[in-house]
Design a protein around this ligand. Structure first.
Ligand code: IMP
Length: 205
């Protein structure tokens, strides 16, 4: 099938996400470059849902680079916290907060919640826009169910991984090797859906 583009820009400045997305797309004969390579600043995440923010980020990167753009908006949704930190996961303890500060804020809020009520999930919405005015962006979502533990366990991953317990594997997501996490995770699921959608549109080799 005819290849439409050879390159994509990845609308993220998060090193953990760039690493995971790049690893998963590495097998494609398609160049994926983070927006930092084009000196693109972060978009204002003014949406109230993951999908709104993913579209805002993809449109911003496509506008600034003239390239098709992939953006992801993701986060941790905790049932006992009415869905928080949700779309605010990266800035839960304040704009510019570290992963550790955000994680500590969640820990302080779940400390008194019984273990069986600490259900949570990672959510990832991935959007691909061919150009800033693309009226039919590809939108893919992945969710990964788990519970929260109250101390850090594990050394891999980023963000809330050290407190996200994966019941199917009896460990936290920070204990999973990157390839195993990619096979299970919200981002892995959304990326596989995105790749399938790109292929049917003759986009990815
Ligand atoms: P975003 O850059 O606005 O999409 O924020 C995503 C935030 O959600 C990250 O900074 C992390 O705090 C959290 N997050 C998303 N995916 C993961 C993951 O796979 N592991 C751990 N934390 C994650």
């Amino acid at each position: 099938m005819k290849r439409l583009y050879d390159g994509l820009v990845l609308a993220s400045s998060n090193p953990g996400k760039i690493r995971e997305v790049s690893e998963m797309l590495a097998g494609l004969s398609l160049t994926v470059a983070p927006q930092s390579q084009f000196q693109v600043s972060d978009a204002d995440e003014t949406g109230l849902t993951f999908v709104e923010n993913a579209i805002l980020k993809a449109r911003h990167a496509a506008l600034r680079t003239g390239l098709p753009a992939i953006a992801d908006d993701s986060g941790l949704v905790v049932d006992a916290l009415q869905g928080a930190p949700g779309i605010y996961s990266a800035r839960y303890a304040g704009v510019g907060a570290t992963d550790e500060a955000n994680l500590q804020k969640v820990l302080s809020e779940i400390r008194d919640i019984p273990a069986e009520q600490r259900t949570a999930r990672f959510v990832c919405v991935l959007v691909c826009m061919l150009h800033p005015l693309d009226p039919t962006p590809i939108v893919c979502e992945g969710t990964w169910e788990g519970t929260l533990v109250t101390t850090h366990v594990g050394q891999y991953g980023f963000g809330y991984d050290p407190i996200f317990w994966v019941p199917t594997h009896h460990c936290t997501s920070a204990e999973l090797l990157p390839a195993v996490k990619n096979a299970l995770s919200h981002r892995g699921q959304a990326l596989r859906s995105l790749l399938a959608a790109l292929r049917t549109r003759g986009f990815a080799g």
